[in-house]
Ligand binder design. Structure first.
Ligand SMILES: C=C(O[C@@H]1C=C(C(=O)O)C=C[C@H]1N)C(=O)O
Ligand SMILES: Cc1ncc(COP(=O)(O)O)c(C=O)c1O
Length: 271
């Protein structure tokens, strides 16, 4: 399906686009089912927060309207929304008059091996560490070189995802997912105030767990805590939940809370 730029069919952006020059922008990747974007409100909420923190002046009503129209035309698949700070001349200085650019791209539904969700995955131990930058932490901004470098660390099919630590050795997230662990009935995910992307699926899982009455915590996670976990799983807004069976020499069974949350998320994503 054709991409749209500022609401019009297009397959290119100007060379002066600041998303290209500096990664000056944000993106959202969402699943579309029967013409409807799944978890749209959460995606738009994160985008709004990103716009606020980067001082990007976007038009939320126009964006929502355009995403819904594009999703309707796509039918089912993956919708990627990119916002950039539009055009500027050479140099970092912002042109306050340049309108934010909206890019919408559609692709076919994701085709991950069903075994990832059924049997669980092994995590590659990424050597690439996440740098701490509270100004950007949590945002899904366009500067994703850490993830690009980390994803190039492994090519084998044994590892479906990689685990990333921060510079201090805290367990943060996957290369394209967030991490949860379960220990003595408590569901724990990493504090993302220094680095990491605050995933839409992570937010949904925290909310669903609270509805189920499961105690949840958002806190720093050490490698020792990971080792002692009863269950570990990864999540993102496209594949839902993948149980984790192994990381380095650590092993975990696929546990009951992982399966329960997986069932809820599968129903949401219709997978
Ligand atoms: C990097 C993108 O999106 C992320 C990756 C996935 C995925 O590969 O499953 C899903 C959602 C996002 N977390 C992208 O370019 O769309
Ligand atoms: C680094 C990183 N962490 C986490 C996620 C999961 O985010 P979401 O649940 O919004 O798909 C992504 C997806 O892009 C990501 O790139």
């Amino acid at each position: 399906m054709y991409s749209w730029v500022d609401g019009q069919p297009a397959d290119s952006v100007p060379l002066k686009d600041r998303g290209l020059a500096y990664g000056d922008g944000l993106f959202e990747t969402m699943v579309v089912k029967a013409g409807q974007p799944v978890l749209l409100d959460r995606h738009l909420q994160r985008l709004d927060e990103g716009c606020r923190r980067l001082a990007l002046v976007a038009e939320p009503t126009v964006i929502r309207h355009e995403v819904l129209a594009y999703a309707g035309a796509l039918g089912s698949g993956i919708l990627k929304l990119i916002l950039t700070r539009g055009d500027s001349l050479r140099g970092y200085g912002i042109n306050p008059d340049a309108p934010v650019r909206r890019i919408l791209q559609g692709s076919p539904p994701a085709t991950y091996p069903p075994a990832h969700a059924i049997d669980g995955i092994r995590l590659f131990a990424c050597a690439t560490r996440l740098a701490e930058q509270p100004l950007l932490a949590g945002l899904k901004h366009l500067n994703r070189l850490e993830q690009v470098i980390a994803r190039a660390e492994w090519q084998d099919a044994e590892h479906a995802e990689g685990l990333m630590l921060d510079m201090s050795g805290r367990v943060i997230e996957g290369v394209f997912s967030n991490l949860f662990l379960v220990r003595n009935g408590l569901l724990l995910t990493a504090d993302l105030n220094r680095c990491g992307v605050a995933g839409v699926m992570r937010a949904e899982i925290l909310a669903q767990a609270q509805t189920l009455g499961v105690p949840v915590a958002v806190a720093d996670i050490t490698v020792e805590q990971l080792q002692q976990a009863d269950e570990v799983f990864m999540c993102n807004s496209v594949y839902g939940i993948w149980p984790v069976r192994g990381y380095a020499a650590m092993r975990w069974p696929v546990g009951p809370l992982t399966r329960k949350l997986q069932g809820i998320v599968r129903a949401l994503l219709d997978i």
